[in-house]
Write a protein that binds this ligand. Structure first.
Ligand SMILES: *Cc1c(COP(=O)(O)O)cnc(C)c1O
Length: 364
């Protein structure tokens, strides 16, 4: 079709993999969501809101003020801030994916800039940049500990004055490592003409945030999401925390009704019950358990994780391994030249270990 941009021909639509003949009960450990649905009493509250309070014929709250207020409270509670943040430091997205796209549009669109990512990392930065025709610089990481190649990153910044954004994940997906002090120092030294996006999608499992240093760095922005520890992947809510001037730019890019009324209601509700929903103790116990067990699997290389998933490398065809795991009833993800497996509850994790041992024996 002649009216389409020629560069779109090289892109593929995002779809999650489906495999034929899967068992009915699946352990879904391929997307790093919380293993747990909302408890029934909270779902009931949401259902009550839908029945008694929500007018489906009315648009959502475009200002999202009530949710931003609660969110500012959550951010302040979970960090040790000299100056507490308020609603002016927050912008909400239909998932953090939407915020990533808005950031790209506000910085690089129309030949105005390029971005830097350190691979393996979250694929959406590169994917969304390409849909907007924005060039992507890819630097590597050390395969020992997955630290970024800071020399290569520095070289890119020096060589290409069009770089407008550096994206990092803390802790990184799929490799699970948090930023080191050296990496944080490098981010702190990046010139003010470059935006630094620190994606803290797994913050609740790591309990270390850079939000405390935001006031010193007006060119930093923290991304977070309700899709992981807060159990709301189905409602698509993400948020950005940054200097109010930068937040204002995001608000200009935002579609007025980007967050449906039920998503706003669900997000407000989980913020009022976050202590009960974030199962940090269980994830830490299971993380320790799985790490020991993965290390005992012959031919498997595994790295420590500060998040709710593990990154593994092994011999054999990863595509075939992922398919065989699915046929046994465990969905895992082939990404970044390895396998990424979400931490489940004890019995799901035991099944992961048994099935992986079987599959690896057959595929290596
Ligand atoms: C899962 C994840 C997100 C969440 O994206 P949403 O659009 O909010 O669901 C963002 N960043 C990273 C690195 C992730 O792994």
């Amino acid at each position: 079709m002649l009216f389409l941009r020629a560069d779109l021909a090289e892109l593929q639509a995002y779809s999650t993999h489906t495999y034929p003949d899967l068992p009915d009960s699946l352990d879904r450990l391929d997307a790093n969501e919380s293993y747990y649905d909302l408890p029934p009493e909270l779902k009931q509250k949401l259902a009550w809101f839908y029945q008694q309070q929500m007018a489906t014929n009315r648009y959502p709250d475009a200002g999202q003020g009530e949710l931003k207020q609660l969110l500012a409270g959550y951010v302040n509670y979970s960090a040790n801030l000299n100056v507490p943040i308020d609603a002016a430091h927050i912008s909400l997205g239909n998932g953090s994916d939407e915020l990533i796209r808005s950031l790209l549009m506000a910085t690089c669109l129309g030949g105005n800039g390029s971005i830097v990512v350190a691979e393996p990392t979250f694929s959406m930065y590169g994917i969304l940049a390409r849909t907007l025709g924005i060039p992507v610089h890819r630097i590597d990481r050390s395969p020992q500990n997955w630290e970024m190649n800071l020399q290569a990153a520095q070289d890119v910044l020096q060589r290409d004055p069009t770089v407008r954004v550096v994206f990092v994940v803390h802790p990184n997906s799929p490799t699970g490592n948090p930023l080191t002090e050296a990496e944080i120092q490098w981010l702190a030294d990046i010139p003010q003409s470059v935006l630094v996006v620190i994606d803290e999608a797994y913050f609740e499992y790591c309990q270390h945030s850079l939000v405390e240093r935001l006031d010193k760095h007006p060119n930093w922005l923290i991304l977070r999401t309700f899709s992981k520890a807060l159990r709301l992947a189905g409602h698509r809510v993400g948020y950005a925390i940054a200097d109010p001037e930068l937040i204002m730019a995001l608000e200009k890019m935002r579609l007025p009704y980007n967050l449906p009324t039920m998503s706003q209601a669900a997000a407000r509700l989980v913020l009022q019950h976050h202590d009960q929903l974030i199962n940090l103790d269980e994830v830490c116990t299971e993380r320790e358990y799985l790490y020991q067990k993965f290390q005992g699997l012959p031919g498997v290389q595994v790295w420590p994780s500060a998040a709710n998933f593990f990154y593994l490398r092994c011999l054999g065809d990863y595509g075939a391994i992922v398919q065989a795991m699915a046929r046994h009833g465990t969905l895992i993800r082939h990404t970044g030249g390895g396998l990424r497996i979400t931490i489940g509850d004890r019995s799901a994790n035991q099944r992961t270990l048994e099935r992986l041992a079987l599959v690896l024996k057959a595929h290596s």
